[in-house]
Design a protein around this ligand. Structure first.
Ligand SMILES: Nc1ncnc2c1ncn2[C@@H]1O[C@H](COP(=O)(O)OP(=O)(O)OP(=O)(O)O)[C@@H](O)[C@H]1O
Ligand SMILES: [Mg+2]
Length: 248
């Protein structure tokens, strides 16, 4: 899926190496939790998998297609056809109701029953009664559930979710997670979840840990995932070297 991904950005304080050789291979129908400290590069990795950020180098393959070769239009079409994305900050359209937000990807792909399917997805997260509310009229957790409903309403092959239960109480979080895993059972959906929730991470088939721009199999700390080049040893978990441009 991801092979030897590097992302270097040039900011005010010079070049920042945000991802330093990320390798991640996820099978269809697999559930993977990405865990790790704040600022380690989890969201950035997810954005690259979604084709929303382009890596400085490395190959991105999702659902059998190479994202490197696609232009913006092709990427947008690809996302519509195959991906459900739940952003850390939800990204709901403020001028649309919960129902309209949830139906958006289906409308884009001209699904005839967009509204019904969106309504069913809202029902799955317990929000039927809020369907006609605008995001500003919803609590943080409710907005998160709308974002989740939007992501899975179209039954995508792959769901990428950034802390999907981050704003939910235990009971609601449980319901949402159960629904995600039910999708996996019913549609063989691939789930890649970023989470700080240990229970949720433990429910996933596999956990990987992000540390300072690199990914490690969580079961064996210090072992780089499918370790790429010989110059990316376990030493990568050490704090930045003096020559480093001082990451945040
Ligand atoms: N556009 C940008 N320009 C410069 N640095 C950036 C940019 N976007 C992200 N970063 C930096 O990249 C690093 C990784 O960010 P990222 O959002 O991927 O972290 P994260 O692991 O998702 O953290 P959190 O758990 O807090 O959400 C951070 O140090 C962040 O400051
Ligand atoms: Mg993040």
């Amino acid at each position: 899926m991801l092979s030897d991904i590097h992302l270097n950005l040039v900011g005010g304080s010079g070049q920042v190496n945000i991802l330093r050789g990320v390798n991640l291979s996820v099978d269809a129908g697999e559930t993977v939790a990405i865990v790790g400290p704040s600022g380690s590069g989890k969201t950035t990795t997810l954005m690259i998998m979604a084709g929303l950020e382009r890596p400085s180098s490395g190959t991105v393959q999702v659902a059998g297609q190479n994202l490197n070769d696609m232009d913006e239009d092709a990427l947008a079409r690809f996302r519509r056809a195959h991906l459900g994305i739940v952003f850390q900050s939800f990204h709901l359209v403020p001028t649309m109701t919960a129902l309209e937000n949830a139906a958006l990807p289906l409308e884009f792909s001209h699904a005839r029953d967009a509204r019904d399917r969106a309504m069913a997805a809202l029902g799955a997260v317990g929000l039927e009664a809020r369907a006609l509310h605008y995001p500003a009229e919803l609590s943080g957790g409710e907005q998160q559930r709308v974002a989740l409903a939007r992501a899975f309403a179209s039954a995508p092959k792959v769901i990428l979710a950034d802390e999907p239960t981050g704003n939910l109480d235990t009971e609601t979080g449980r319901r949402v997670v159960e629904h995600l895993f039910r999708l996996r059972e019913e549609h063989d959906t691939t789930l890649v979840l970023i989470t700080h929730d240990r229970e949720l991470a433990a429910e996933c088939g596999r956990q990987v840990r992000m540390e300072d721009g690199r990914l490690y199999e969580a079961a064996t700390p210090g072992t780089a995932v499918a370790s790429g080049t010989p110059d990316t040893p376990a030493a990568s978990v050490m704090p930045g070297t003096p020559g480093d441009s001082g990451r945040a």
